[in-house]
Design a protein around this ligand. Structure first.
Ligand SMILES: [Zn+2]
Length: 261
């Protein structure tokens, strides 16, 4: 288990590096699941990613978080659901047993673990992604992918979700958006763009989550470049699908996904 804490801290330091421009101050968070013990680790509230230590992570019970999401999905957002989430966030504990509040964005990681089968999950606010996610034609700019590496690493179809208030509303928006995407495409989305907010990526390996973020950020810069040069020309969807699922590309993606425990 301490290996997970070590890798999560390392992921946070890399993702929080000011030079990477993925997060600033207390923005962003990361999580990793421990399925055997029905729990996961997530960043404690207010921690600055580039300064995270092994004591800045808290455990939460996975099944209880899933229950809150599923109840909200069935019956809508209620005060009861908000309170149940707040109780869990307030009562989370660090690996050494100290009580600390978990990130308000915890549920986006629960969706990755529960619906997408991910083991590692990363949520950041990269400037070029937030710029596009805040532009008036945001969803249009994410109607496809732009270059082969984006299709391979982030999947051939991005998922763009409208803005939702952090907390249960955001968690439910991501839960419902991902479930619908998986129904339509038969696979999990690689890059999830949160309208007026940021980016979520995940993977079965810690490097997969960060590599997907890095390519998604490059792809956002390319979109901004293309928009300033007359407009975006997407890869044809058939070409994006073809390259994303070519055996050599699948093998390359697996290298990023090498499991980290
Ligand atoms: Zn955020």
């Amino acid at each position: 288990m301490s290996e997970i804490v070590k890798n999560l801290t390392n992921l946070s330091l890399r993702a929080g590096d000011p030079a990477a421009d993925l997060t600033i101050l207390a923005e962003g968070n990361a999580g990793a699941v421990d399925l055997e013990n029905d729990r996961f680790l997530v960043k404690a509230s207010g921690v600055i990613m580039c300064k995270a230590t092994e004591e800045d992570w808290v455990y939460l019970p996975l099944s209880k978080c899933i229950e809150i999401l599923e109840d909200a999905n069935k019956n809508g957002i209620s005060q009861k659901g908000d309170k149940a989430l707040d109780d869990l966030l307030q009562n989370s504990v660090t690996p050494n047993g100290t009580k600390r509040k978990a990130s308000i964005e915890t549920l986006v990681h629960v969706v990755a673990f529960h619906l997408m089968g991910a083991k590692w999950s990363l949520h950041t606010h990269p400037t070029p992604v937030v710029a596009l996610a805040s532009s008036k034609d945001g969803p249009v700019h994410y109607a496809g992918t732009l270059f082969p590496d984006e299709s391979v690493t982030c999947g051939p179809t991005p998922l763009f979700l409208p803005y939702a208030e952090p907390g249960l509303t955001l968690g439910l928006g991501v839960y419902q958006g991902v479930a619908k995407f998986m129904d339509e495409h038969g696979r999990a989305p690689g890059q999830i763009i949160l309208g007026n907010h940021g980016l979520c990526t995940s993977g079965s390996g810690v490097d997969e989550a960060l590599a997907t973020t890095e390519i998604a950020v490059k792809a956002a810069r390319v979109r901004i470049g293309a928009l300033s040069a007359g407009g975006i020309s997407f890869l044809p969807q058939s070409a994006a699908e073809k390259i994303a699922f070519r055996p050599d590309e699948v093998a390359r993606r697996k290298l990023y996904a090498k499991e980290n425990k």
